[in-house]
Write a protein that binds this ligand. Structure first.
Ligand code: R5P
Length: 296
């Protein structure tokens, strides 16, 4: 088994390799003067099962292309199997034609990943809203893992929240709120959200009341921070005490973190599925566990 991290996930791949007690595979990546990418695999992959870790975030088009170069080369050099670990899978939110003529980006990206000989794919808390199962999009075996138990464990170890109410800021977040609440042995609820623009959402409460309760808000992605800030306003209005926030993918558009902190949240944490200043929880043990069990 060989674990290779693409250029954006080198540190994560080193952590995964360490968990597995192996050395990570090596790459050389640079740019030609005209802007084209140069990629060379320095580890012998002939006949091997290769796990490629490449999170596709922030500059998704470039990082996707790096994955395609990497996987295609690994296969061409004679690897027996290529398993993609794409912790953050960009474009998953464009899973439908919201307006006539729009690109179905989720589907296009999936087709590209398969086209270079990827045999199996793992994602982590991938945005699955209208597409409920990744098998609806991928033609290869696919698995969507969750980092929520790891985030909940970290929150629990911080020990600041007493019997917290777990809140998912929209209907899709129910899956994550449920997982975190199970881990913390507490109750959960979700709000309802209407997106009014790229950075503007409207959030309404449902049945729960946070009056006098500590609250943990969980979500898959924090991008502009708009969703979290609106949820916090409702919770403060209800009389919530301490509020902490956990997400798997801290995309954090400029100003997002400041906005969330100013809203009165005590701690905001995320995972290294997307490297960021708040990526305090590692998904390496989660990935390593699946490489171990899948490891052919
Ligand atoms: C979308 O519904 C996701 O689950 C997140 O809630 C969303 O991406 C967060 O985006 P923002 O931080 O820009 O509100």
């Amino acid at each position: 088994m060989i674990v290779i991290g693409g250029p954006t996930s080198e540190s994560l791949a080193s952590r995964v390799a360490k968990e597995l007690g192996i050395e990570p595979g090596k790459l050389e990546v640079r740019r030609f003067p005209d802007g084209e990418k140069y990629l060379r695999i320095l580890t012998d992959v002939q006949g091997q099962s290769v796990a490629i870790i490449q999170s596709i975030h922030h500059t998704p088009d470039e990082l996707l292309f790096e994955y395609l170069l990497l996987a295609d080369t690994v296969k061409d050099l004679g690897a027996r199997k290529v398993t993609a670990f794409i912790p953050y899978f960009a474009y998953a939110r464009q899973d439908e034609r919201f307006k006539a003529g729009e690109a179905l980006s989720f589907k296009t990206v999936s087709k590209l990943i398969e086209s270079v000989g990827t045999d199996e794919i793992y994602t982590i808390d991938m945005h699955q809203h209208r597409v409920l199962k990744s098998s609806e999009v991928f033609g290869i075996p696919s698995h969507n893992l969750s980092a929520m138990p790891f985030l909940a464990e970290h929150i629990s170890k911080l020990g600041k929240l007493q019997n917290p109410l777990v809140i998912g800021p929209d209907a899709e977040a129910e899956q994550w709120a449920k997982l975190a609440a199970e881990h913390l042995r507490t109750d959960f609820d979700v709000f309802t959200k209407t997106r009014l623009g790229d950075a503007k959402v409207e959030i309404r409460p449902r049945k729960s009341n946070a009056n006098g309760r500590d609250v943990l808000i969980v979500d898959d992605i924090i991008s502009t921070g708009g969703t979290i800030v609106e949820a916090v306003k409702i919770l403060h209005g209800q009389g919530a005490k301490r509020i902490q926030v956990a997400c798997t993918h801290p995309i954090l558009a400029p100003g997002a973190l400041e906005k969330i902190k100013e809203s009165g949240v005590e701690d905001v944490i995320g995972t290294d599925a997307v490297p960021s200043p708040i990526s305090v929880v590692s998904v390496a043990p989660l990935i390593a566990e699946h490489i171990r069990t899948n490891g052919d």
